[in-house]
Design a binder for this molecule. Structure first.
Ligand SMILES: N[C@@H](CCC(=O)N[C@@H](CS)C(=O)NCC(=O)O)C(=O)O
Length: 230
């Protein structure tokens, strides 16, 4: 079976645990955070994307798109193992598995998924491109346009979050959920990884700042940041 290739490349000490293949980037932290918050037993394996581990044949078995994070749950639906890619889909899977950090009624679940898709479709790609051009591609691109474009888009999205969080304690209202878990590592990265707080004038977004402080103070968040660290 194909999964055998993955298990041979990254042997499990605890084969009955969920196997996480990741690195502590914002998308990686999201899934480690959900596993920590939900108290699920899991075993992390570092996929070093700086050394191209994501392009190996073994990793492509669990993500043909060669991106972290991915996981294998040996105790998936109907007692079969399941492997999953895409952090949003993984958060949804884990929330469904545990019944935690997600509304269970249909309307609430749809509201949850709309913000989850918003994170995966907008926040991740735009903040990621912003970080790429603002910090990592400074040497290879000296044209001002990409930084301008992604600065504008990042600030626009922060404005969407800020307006929402002026009226809600957390993204889904009173309860911390997988939506907060999906978004907060990206917001934190603007300061910690990209060192762009001043450039983006993050202090303007007072409700985002309030919410970020509450989310990042959670002990699970502090633990998740260290999972699959280099
Ligand atoms: N939509 C994907 C994005 C995953 C993604 O972009 N992961 C980055 C790290 S944050 C990655 O693996 N980069 C390696 C590469 O691009 O080669 C998800 O949400 O899981």
């Amino acid at each position: 079976m194909q999964l055998q290739l993955v298990r041979e490349r990254w042997p499990a000490k605890h084969p009955s645990f969920i196997q996480l293949y990741s690195m502590n980037t914002p998308n990686g932290i999201k899934v480690a955070l959900a596993l920590e918050e939900m108290g699920l037993k899991y075993e992390p394996h570092l996929i070093n994307i700086l050394e191209d581990d994501q392009f190996t044949q073994a990793f492509k078995v669990i993500n043909p798109n060669s991106k972290i994070p991915a996981l294998i749950d040996p105790n998936g639906p109907d007692d079969h193992p399941i492997s999953l890619m895409e952090s949003g889909a993984i958060l949804r899977y884990l929330a469904d598995k545990t019944g935690e950090f997600t509304p269970l009624d249909r309307a609430g679940r749809s509201a949850c998924d709309q913000w989850l898709f918003f994170q995966v479709g907008h926040i991740g790609p735009m903040f990621g491109q912003f970080g790429h051009f603002f910090k990592y591609a400074v040497e290879s691109c000296d044209h001002p346009y990409p930084v301008q474009r992604y600065t504008n888009e990042t600030r626009r999205l922060l404005g969407v979050l800020d307006e929402h969080l002026q009226r809600h304690e957390y993204m889904l209202g009173e309860s911390y959920s997988i939506v907060d878990m999906a978004i907060v590592p990206w917001v934190e990265a603007l300061t910690s990884a990209y060192k762009a707080a001043e450039h983006l004038q993050l202090a303007d977004f007072t409700s985002v700042t309030r919410w970020e402080a509450i989310c990042t103070a959670r002990p699970a968040y502090q633990r998740a940041r260290q999972v699959c660290a280099l």
